[in-house]
Structures are given as C-alpha cells and as structure tokens.
Design a protein around this ligand. Structure first.
Ligand code: SER
Length: 313
C-alpha cells in the first residue's frame, strides 16, 4: 500500500506521540513530521522532518508533492486559553490551516485527512452531562467557534467534493512526554508535574470543575483507529464525540493522594474558569463506539500511576 503520512504540528502535545506511534507502525521514512520549527533530537532523527507553516498553502502543497503524501494529520492549532488572548490569530491559524488541507484534498492531491475537533464546540446552552452527539452547539470561546466552524466545513467538503476527512472531538488530553500549551484542561497535566516536584499544586480551576478527560495513549489509539477504519464506517463527517473519563480537580488530587498521602491542592481560579464552565462535564460517545469500534482503556487511577511513575524517572 502506497500510504505516506504527513503530520502538521508534529511537535505539539498530541503530534509528538502521534508521530512516534505512526513511525513505529509504518516504516519511519513514510511518516513525515512537520512543524513551524524543528523538534527535539528524537523527532528529528526518527524520520523525515520539514519546517512548515500550516497557513502557507504553497508550502504545504510543496511538502505534499515532494513526499507523495496520501494522508494528512493536521494537529497545528491555537488552544482555548491562548485564543481568548489572541482571537484573530487563533481564528486565522485554526481556519486557514484547515482550508489548506481541505483544498489539497479537493484538488485530488491527498486522499485522507484527520482534523481534530474538541469538546469546546459545545457551549453554555449545551446539556452538561452525557452530552449527545447531536445537540445544541453555541460555543462561547474563539477556539470553540473555530472548531465548530471547522466541523461544518469538513462535512461540507465531504458532501460536496467527496473529501475523506475524519474527525473526533477530543476531551482534555493528559500525557507525560510533551507539555500541552494554552489549553483550559492543561491543569490535569500540570498537577502531576507539580506533584512530583513540590507535592502541592495551585489550581487555576475550582475544586468542582468536572471536565471530560482522556489519557494520551487512548487518544492516539482513537486517532489512528478512525483513520484506519473503512470509509463506510465513518458515518459522521463533522466530528465524533469521544470520551473516556470525567473528573474534577479534587478528584484528581484524591487519586494522587493514593500514592502521595500528603499531596496538597489549593485553588486560585482565573479567566480559564469561565471557559471550563461553558463546557460539558461528560460526553456520550456511543456513535464512535458503534460506528468504528472505539473503546478506551485507561481510567483515572491507572493514569495517575502511569503519570507519576514516568515523571519521577
Ligand atoms: N484541551 C483543549 C483546551 O483546553 C480543549 O480541546 O483548550
């Protein structure tokens, strides 16, 4: 099979682990990583790498042609908290990068696209718990507006031009290899780093803020899983709800205390509290489970064990 993969935004939180997994799964030379700047030694030495601006159509096209790319994973984005500070930059990056790959597919230059959406597509008027696949969507953040708009365009390009684009609405993602940047769910990564360093954490969300979350290994499994599923199983072409667990800061702190008895957490909510308040607490992902066989593996205590063990190394 003549599959050649391009990952745009390969040095970010998701891109780093996605690149490593894809390079293991396929021959490393068939997985081209790219980002706005060079990555770490592991990234640069484990396969081909291109410095690439996701907003530059000609540059993306040149890389696609040079490496005979068939599949693109577009992981470059500005996340929720940063996009509130730089609304136009967030909008431009999130939308223009998507149009670039959608148009390359429309012109027949690539076969398949993965584009991540987010729980941020939901807003204050969305049902908060067990949020259905199809429901009220009135996002109140720049990031959420860009993701919801992107979903509409993905579905439009599929219906109108037959573009094979696949998407999932990621919950907050937790990993130990690469730090997230500029998100509202980032506290759930930071808390483990601070637990290992200081045995205490000052949380920017309040104790009761329950949000949908997922361990990175599960997210990577879902990402590659939806891309490898037969096309006819992908019945939703805007984006699939995806879920694993839901917890609030007090519950993740309690999970850490099972291993570090005297771990302390205190709360100093900032502007990110309002963003978190607008998002669902739990997500119904039965469509993903039924359509293309999604299932998650890692729950909170298991994740805590993995995070603390690896960060302590
Ligand atoms: N984790 C993202 C954020 O907090 C949501 O997709 O911005």
């Amino acid at each position: 099979m003549k599959k050649r993969i391009l990952i745009i935004g390969a040095c970010g939180q998701i891109g780093t682990e996605l690149t490593a997994t894809l390079r293991k799964q396929y021959a490393p030379h068939k997985v081209v990583a790219s980002d706005i700047r060079e990555g770490d030694t592991e990234m640069m030495q484990s396969g081909p790498f291109e410095v690439l601006d996701a907003m530059d159509y000609d540059a993306v096209q040149d890389v696609v042609i040079k490496h005979e790319i068939t599949d693109v994973y577009l992981m470059a984005a500005m996340l929720s908290a940063t996009a509130e500070k730089f609304p136009m930059r967030g909008w431009n990056l999130n939308m223009n990068s998507l149009f670039n790959v959608l148009n390359l597919a429309k012109e027949g230059k690539i076969d398949k696209i993965f584009w991540p959406s987010s729980i941020a597509v939901f807003g204050p008027t969305t049902p908060k718990t067990d949020t259905p696949q199809r429901t009220v969507m009135e996002p109140s953040t720049v990031y959420g507006i860009s993701k919801q708009t992107g979903e509409r365009w993905c579905e439009y390009y599929f219906n109108k031009y037959g573009v094979d684009v696949r998407s999932i609405r990621y919950p907050g993602l937790i990993s130990y290899k690469t730090l997230p940047g500029g998100g509202t769910t980032d506290y759930a990564v930071d808390i483990y780093h601070k637990a290992v360093k200081h045995n205490s954490y000052i949380c920017f969300l309040n104790a009761e803020t329950t949000l949908p979350m997922m361990f990175m290994d599960d997210a990577i499994k879902a990402t590659i899983g939806i891309m490898e599923a037969p096309s006819e199983q992908i019945k939703i072409r805007n984006s699939y709800n995806l879920a694993a667990m839901s917890f609030n800061p007090e519950e993740i702190a309690a999970s850490i205390r099972k291993q570090q008895k005297d771990f302390r957490i205190s709360y100093e909510p900032d502007f990110r509290q309002a963003i978190a308040n607008s998002w669902p607490q739990s997500i119904n992902d039965s469509s993903a489970r039924e359509d293309w066989g999604w299932n998650h593996e890692v729950e909170l205590d298991e994740m805590t064990r993995i995070m603390l063990e690896n960060l302590n190394k």
